[in-house]
Write a protein that binds this ligand. Structure first.
Ligand code: SAH
Length: 346
C-alpha cells in the first residue's frame, strides 16, 4: 500500500527544524526549506538549490507540496484577470486580479463553494465542498502577484477576501494565510492593505477583535432591516442585525478600524426611503463607510439593479448624514469575474 505523504507546508518552521534534527541534520536546514516554501514560494524540492541532492530526494521521499495550479486565465476588456485555480484534489476555485491606475488588487477565495445561501450570489449555488488550506489561499495571492508583475509591471498592492466562500467560516486557515502573507518570512505585505469581507457572523467578528487582527473588515450588509435581509440572506434569521450591530460596535471599540458596508440596491427590494433610513441608523452605531456596488446579474430574474434615482437617493442621504459613500462600477463582468459571479463556469 502506498503511504500518503504529508504536505510539507502544513509544518511550522519549528516543526521543520525538528524534522531535520531527527534526521541527524542541522536545524537551520529547516529554515532554508521554510524560506523556499514561503518567501520564494517554489513548488518543487528540486528547485531548492542550496540543499544537497541527497537532502532534496529525502524530502521528496517524505513529503509533497500540494500547490495550486492556474488552470485557465481569462482577461477582461477592462484588464481584469480571472484565474480558475485547480487544487491538488482537482477541485476548482477562482481568484481575480483587478487593476486600477494606482493599485492592483487580488480578490481571493477562502472556500470551495460557500456554506451560505445569499439569493443573489452565484457562488451560493455551489454547495460548500471544503475549506481552503492556508497555503491554497497564499498560492492564489502569489499567482496574482506574478501576473501583476508580468502584465502590469508592478507588484500586487491590495488583497480582498471577496472571492468564493465565507472567510469567517474558515477562520483559522484564513488567519494563518494572512499571517504568512504579512510576515517577513512570506510576502511581507502590510495588513492595512488586506480586507476580509464577511456576510456578518457576529461571533467570529468578536473573535477577530479579540485576536487583535490588523487588517480591515468589510460587511456585506445589503439591508439594515431584518425582514428584508432575511429574505435575501436567509442565514440572517440566525444572526439578526441586532447581534451583528453589537459585534461591530465591539470590533470598533477594540480595533478603532472603520468598517466598510457593501451594499447593492435592488429594484423593489431595498430601494425605498425606509431602507435608506435604516441604513443610516445602522451606520451610526460604529464609524463606517458604504460601498454601493453594482448588481451583477447571475441569470435569474428575481433581482434587478435599482434605478439610478434610487442609487442617488442613497448617495445623497448618506452624504447628508456625514457617511462616506462610494458608488462602485463592476469590473470584469464580461468574463464573469465581478462580485457574486464566481461560479466555476468554465
Ligand atoms: N462571503 C463573504 C465574501 C464574499 S464577497 C461576504 O459575503 O462578504 C462577495 C461580495 O459580492 C459580497 O459583498 C456579496 O454580497 C457581493 N455579491 C454577491 N453576489 C453579487 C451580485 N450578483 N452582484 C453584486 N454583488 C454581489
Amino acid at each position: 500500500m502506498e503511504i500518503k505523504k504529508k504536505d510539507i507546508r502544513a509544518l511550522t518552521r519549528e516543526q521543520l527544524r525538528e524534522f531535520f534534527v531527527a534526521q541527524g541534520d542541522k536545524a537551520f536546514r529547516g529554515n532554508q526549506v521554510y524560506e523556499w516554501l514561503w518567501g520564494k514560494a517554489v513548488y518543487s524540492f528540486e528547485a531548492m538549490t542550496n540543499l544537497s541532492l541527497d537532502t532534496r530526494s529525502m524530502l521528496e521521499a517524505n513529503f509533497v507540496i500540494n500547490n495550486i495550479r492556474v488552470d485557465t486565465m481569462q482577461r477582461s476588456s477592462d484588464g481584469t484577470i480571472k484565474n480558475a485555480v485547480r487544487l491538488h484534489d482537482d477541485l476548482i476555485v477562482e481568484s481575480v486580479l483587478i487593476p486600477t491606475p494606482t493599485r492592483t488588487t487580488a480578490c481571493v477565495s477562502s472556500q470551495v463553494g460557500c456554506s451560505l445561501d445569499c439569493k443573489f450570489c452565484a457562488t451560493a449555488k455551489l454547495k460548500r465542498m471544503r475549506n481552503l488550506n492556508p497555503d491554497e489561499i497564499y498560492d492564489q495571492v502569489v499567482a496574482i502577484d506574478n501576473e501583476s508583475r508580468l502584465y502590469y509591471d508592478r507588484p500586487l498592492s491590495n488583497i480582498v477576501f471577496m472571492g468564493m466562500g465565507e472567510p469567517l467560516m474558515n477562520y483559522n486557515n484564513v488567519i494563518k494565510a494572512i499571517d504568512m502573507i504579512t510576515s517577513s518570512d512570506g510576502l511581507g505585505m502590510s495588513p492595512k492593505r488586506i480586507t476580509v469581507s464577511t456576510s456578518g457572523v457576529p461571533k467570529m467578528i468578536r473573535k477577530l477583535a479579540d485576536d487583535g487582527v490588523k487588517f480591515k473588515l468589510a460587511v456585506s450588509l445589503h439591508s439594515a432591516i431584518d425582514e428584508v435581509r432575511t429574505s435575501i440572506m436567509p442565514f440572517n434569521e440566525h444572526f439578526p442585525l441586532s447581534e451583528l450591530r453589537q459585534a461591530l460596535e465591539y470590533w470598533y471599540s477594540c480595533t478603532k478600524s472603520r468598517i466598510t458596508y457593501e451594499y447593492v440596491v435592488w429594484k423593489g427590494i431595498n430601494d425605498r426611503k425606509k431602507d435608506v433610513d435604516a441604513l443610516i441608523r445602522f451606520c451610526k452605531f460604529a464609524p463606517s463607510k458604504v460601498n454601493l456596488i453594482e448588481y451583477n446579474p447571475i441569470g435569474d430574474d428575481e433581482f434587478r439593479q435599482a434605478d439610478d434615482t434610487a442609487i442617488s437617493m442613497y448617495q445623497e442621504a448618506l452624504e447628508y448624514n456625514g457617511i462616506t459613500v462610494t458608488v462602485r462600477r463592476s469590473r470584469g463582468k464580461d468574463i464573469d469575474a465581478a462580485c457574486g459571479q464566481l461560479a466555476n463556469k468554465s
